[in-house]
Design a protein. Structure first.
Length: 194
């Protein structure tokens, strides 16, 4: 709650400074211009992530890899459950001995435990890959915003996900997206040189 209040207070303070700057400029120019002078901008980070080249190449591939792994795990788990049900049916119909049923049940339980261990290992690896990818995306976004704002034109750049309403003239998403793609292309070029 405190964070929301502080962000709201910062936005109000900045908007007030924008209005004061606009009023001063308008007074100086004799009320002929309605240009908004503001040291605030916003970026739609979700759009940058979704439309960036890094997401289109690496992010989509990682998402598909994760989905394939989850489907594989579910399929194998379902297979073991089917085996256990079939074994139970055979035992209930007295088609196998108690000893054979116990041996097969122990085998199914062992394979289920091995599957669970493998799933945990693979899930942890995928989670780490997702964290690394998210951190790379975040790093590219921050570096892009810093480069777009290298002239310190903006004193504050906000993530649009927290905005309820804003003048679209304050939106620098396209410039940030272009810079993210440029930085990613440079990273790929550097990797190829190595």
């Amino acid at each position: 709650m405190k964070k929301i209040f502080l962000v709201a207070l910062a936005v109000v303070a900045t908007m007030t400074s924008c209005k004061e700057a606009e009023q001063n400029k308008t007074e100086e120019q004799g009320a002929t211009a309605t240009e908004v002078v503001c040291d605030l901008a916003f970026v739609n980070a979700d759009r940058v992530f979704a439309e960036s080249d890094i997401f289109k190449s690496e992010g989509v591939a990682l998402k598909e890899k994760t989905e394939r792994a989850q489907q594989d795990w579910a399929r194998k788990e379902q297979g073991l459950q089917n085996e256990a049900m079939q074994l139970q049916e055979k035992y209930q119909k007295a088609l196998i001995t108690t000893r054979d049923a116990q041996t097969k049940q122990e085998d199914i339980e062992r394979r289920a435990q091995n599957l669970q261990t493998r799933v945990q290992r693979e899930a942890q690896t995928l989670e780490e890959e997702n964290i690394v990818f998210s951190n790379r995306m975040q790093d590219l976004l921050i570096r892009a915003v810093q480069e777009v704002n290298a002239d310190k034109k903006y004193k504050m750049v906000l993530n649009a996900s927290a905005l309820l309403d804003a003048d679209m003239a304050l939106d620098i998403t396209d410039a940030v997206l272009a810079k993210v793609n440029e930085l990613y292309a440079a990273e790929k070029k550097d990797e190829k040189k190595k």
